[in-house]
Design a protein around this ligand. Structure first.
Ligand code: GLU
Length: 321
């Protein structure tokens, strides 16, 4: 993917698993939809492993995720990249933000930020709003460290006002990052880039034209748009798909039964039956039936994908396998 794909009119998507645990039916449905959306238009897919989440990374989970995706029939183009191999690239982007005074060092701890909330409405569903305590306090990371004895993180300075963007499923969205989240972290105190920065640099470097992901990441999108603008990069199109949740309304997890693809494979479940089940729950089939992913390409249209969460019913799922 060395040419400017977008300028050639080629759709480029990405599969971006985090090796923090095994892929389950919920992750699988998002990857299936991301694959379909791109392949149905003859586009290209990059695959990258988002392995920057230090202690949460599980040994062997990256290889397992790739095996699981391939088992379902999902493929990608080119080499798989790992974020951990691209640290200098993220550092260069951070340096650019710092030089232009768009980011500043911050030594606040999470509990200090929580204590600084002036009103309960400051704490929105996507977390705590940063009140700007360290903005303008330190000239450099070294100054922050020598004044406080703490290694600083770096926060991106958010200007007030709404960010407006289009989402293929949700239409036009207006989100005020300054009011909701405030200045957000772009590099952590251990020196690692934060998710928001790494994802923007990767998607831009790999010329991704469509980001399709779970709608739990919707509140990240306007932050990422701010970074695209600050770094002079071209933002992709956005599609946020609903999650599969357990009967308790929480995102699918172990407590809802073992829905890991690796376990289903070990039990001898047919991957095409899983594909059919996922497509049916996403609104792409009237009834579940086993079929290869390629059979879903013809006439695939993101606008047919449900916008409501799917509540997982394990008895129903098992009956269909
Ligand atoms: N790595 C994230 C996940 O597995 C996806 C991040 C993104 O799509 O921006 O949920």
């Amino acid at each position: 993917m060395t040419d400017r794909c977008e300028s050639r009119g080629v759709v480029v998507g990405r599969l971006a698993p985090s090796p923090t645990g095994a892929l389950h039916l919920g992750n699988a449905r998002t990857f299936l939809l991301g694959w379909l959306s791109v392949r149905a238009r003859g586009g290209l897919l990059t695959c990258r492993i988002e392995d920057l989440d230090g202690p949460r990374i599980k040994q062997g989970a990256a290889d397992q995720a790739l095996e699981d995706l391939a088992w379902l029939g999902l493929d990608w183009d080119g080499e798989v990249t790992c974020q951990s191999a691209r640290l200098s690239r993220y550092q260069a982007a951070l340096d650019h933000l710092v030089q232009r005074e768009l980011a500043y060092p911050c030594v606040c701890t999470r509990s200090e930020i929580e204590r600084a909330q002036s009103a309960p409405q400051d704490v929105l569903d996507h977390g705590t709003r940063y009140p700007g305590t360290c903005d303008g306090k330190f000239d450099s990371a070294e100054a922050a460290k020598s004044a406080t004895g703490r290694d600083p993180a770096w926060r991106f300075r958010v200007q007030p006002g709404e960010i407006v963007f289009d989402d293929s499923l949700h239409g036009s969205l207006h989100i005020d990052v300054a009011a909701d989240a405030g200045d957000f972290v772009v590099a952590k105190k251990d020196g690692q880039p934060a998710y928001q920065l790494a994802v923007v640099i990767d998607d831009a470097d790999f010329e991704v034209t469509e980001v399709l992901r779970g709608d739990d990441l919707l509140s990240s999108t306007p932050r990422q748009i701010l970074l695209y603008r600050a770094l002079g990069l071209q933002a992709p199109a956005w599609a946020h798909v609903p999650l599969i949740v357990g009967p308790d309304g929480r995102r699918l997890a172990k407590r809802h039964g073992d829905t890991r693809l690796a376990s289903l494979r070990d039990e001898g479940v047919d991957p095409q039956a899983i594909v059919g089940y996922l497509a049916w729950t996403a609104g792409l089939l009237d009834a579940p039936r086993a079929l290869p992913v390629a059979a879903l390409l013809d006439g695939f249209d993101l606008s047919r994908v449900v916008t409501e969460q799917t509540v997982f019913d394990s008895d129903e799922f098992l009956r269909m396998m």
